[in-house]
Design a binder for this molecule. Structure first.
Ligand code: UTP
Length: 470
């Protein structure tokens, strides 16, 4: 069957309404683009995704906090234990056993910037982008750990973010990192469907609308780009994976690495304490005795508000910040399986499309389409619970995501900027600097990774905001 026949038989004849008006070259382009997708298989994925939502009624008795052996808090741990973890992590870093993987393939639609999110300047006095802050932290950590070789930084981009991201790094001379330690790789894309889930959409006369396949696309991207082979070849044993939009992220955090290494976990995840019973965050839990992430709207009000009598805190309080550890040995064992079995989820979105009937680009003002995405945490339930660790960290020190545009209610450039400045200011006060009440100072990410290296500011005074120390 020809590609055109195959699509028409699959109910996609609307993709050819403009066929007669296409040049020979355009026809070839359209057909070769369409040949990359199996329309029936895609519709099947959509149906599966619908079934997943319908069948996903949680039995509250099956949802529990993670057991004690899988849960620790750096807030409650003794200083001594945290520093033992830190030493272990530093040792792994020094020996070149750690790689960092950044997920930066998202479209950042809520933020609304024309550049990839990592290029965004949240308005710090230094005007640094998220990428620069992260690159400098990596460099500083290398120095602190005394790394024998640079820590590899794998950056997952998508068709939409790749060239702008690479150009940004080139233009900024890799922010002082060695070019060789930064490796870009692309995640896949999935064609979008209309809101009925029945019809594919055209983006132009010859291309389908496609979007990145979700953060769960990471696994396929690691496989298809042969990153796993590279990691094994280079003796990497541990991976720290995180999202581009957290201005406070501690790349390759030695405490977190050490926690996972000490306990021999296959996968570990950092969480922050849920702010209140009804904060809209995913939760890391044990579901049917398996590690899982559940969405805030999936649990009953009673369970959301239930209190852990032993500490007076919420029973389910481990808020997911998409900050994970993987042992490379586990990836070697499971990656193929994960790639084959991950489900898709449905995201209803406003999607611009080319209307072949009218030869126009349509810009809908309400939701008209469906994107299919995979979620990174959908593999967690394949990990035995005793091989899964969860480390609670202090939100004000580790998590402030940039999701929304300026002036929005939360998780925006203003909240990210404030979180960054407050942390640096706290570090300065901790070493004995005098920072006037209400004054905020920026501490360069190249100067201090976690509040260290600031001793020379003891006794120094800061009277006005907007200062930047580097
Ligand atoms: P979000 O799910 O918040 O999406 O991604 P986003 O693209 O940043 O923003 P919206 O939803 O369009 O407004 C969280 C993290 O996962 C990455 C993002 O780049 C971000 O670091 N991500 C998301 C990917 O790398 N690929 C994807 O397909 C989706």
């Amino acid at each position: 069957m020809s590609v055109k026949d195959e699509y028409e038989a699959a109910g996609q004849a609307h993709l050819f309404y403009h066929w007669e008006s296409l040049s020979e070259h355009e026809r070839e382009q359209l057909l070769s683009n369409l040949a990359r997708t199996d329309p029936l298989k895609l519709k099947e994925c959509y149906k599966e995704a619908v079934r997943l939502v319908e069948g996903n009624v949680l039995n509250m008795d099956e949802v529990q906090p993670l057991p004690k052996g899988s849960y620790e808090s750096v807030i409650d741990n003794s200083k001594d234990l945290n520093s033992r973890y830190e030493s272990l992590g530093m040792e792994a870093l020094r020996n070149g056993e750690v790689a960092v993987v950044l997920m930066a393939g998202g479209q950042g639609t809520r933020l609304g910037s024309s550049l990839p999110k990592g290029c965004y300047d949240v308005g710090l006095p230094s005007k640094k982008s998220l990428f620069q802050i992260q690159a400098e932290r990596l460099q500083k950590l290398q120095e602190l750990a005394g790394c024998l070789k640079p820590i590899p930084w794998y950056i997952m981009t998508s068709k939409l973010t790749r060239s702008a991201t690479e150009e940004f790094f080139k233009k900024n001379k890799y922010f002082g990192l060695s070019e060789k330690q930064v490796r870009f790789f692309n995640q896949g894309t999935v064609p979008a469907l209309d809101s009925s889930g029945e019809h594919l959409m055209l983006e132009s006369r010859t291309e389908l609308v496609e979007s990145p396949d979700g953060n769960g696309g990471l696994y396929r991207a690691l496989k298809n780009n042969k990153i796993l082979e590279e990691l094994l070849l280079n003796g990497i044993k541990h991976i720290h994976m995180y999202c581009v939009d957290n201005v406070l992220v501690k790349l390759a955090d030695p405490v977190f690495l050490g926690y996972a290494i000490h306990h021999g976990f296959d996968v570990a995840t950092k969480v922050v304490r849920k702010r209140d019973a009804h904060e809209s965050v995913g939760l890391i839990v044990s579901k049917k005795h398996k590690p899982s992430v559940i969405e805030y709207y999936e649990i009953s009000k009673e369970l959301a508000e239930a209190i852990d009598e032993s500490c007076g805190l919420l029973k389910l309080r481990a808020a997911n910040i998409v900050n994970h550890y993987y042992s490379v040995a586990l990836l070697k064992e499971k990656l193929d399986l994960w790639c084959e079995h991950m489900p898709y989820h449905i995201a209803k979105k406003k999607i611009n499309y080319y209307d072949a009937g009218t030869n126009k680009i349509m810009k809908p003002d309400k939701v008209n389409g469906t994107k299919l995405e995979q979620f990174i945490f959908d593999v967690f339930d394949t990990i035995p619970i005793d091989k899964f660790g969860c480390l609670e960290v202090e939100r004000s020190e580790e998590f402030s995501p940039l999701k929304n545009g300026p002036g929005s209610v939360n998780d925006n450039p203003e909240t990210a900027r404030l979180a960054y400045l407050r942390l640096g200011t706290k570090w300065l006060r901790n070493v004995g600097a005098h920072v006037d009440e209400g004054v905020l100072v920026e501490v360069s990410s190249s100067l201090s990774y976690n509040g260290e290296s600031l001793g020379s500011y003891k006794g120094k005074s800061f009277h006005k905001s907007g200062e930047y120390i580097a």
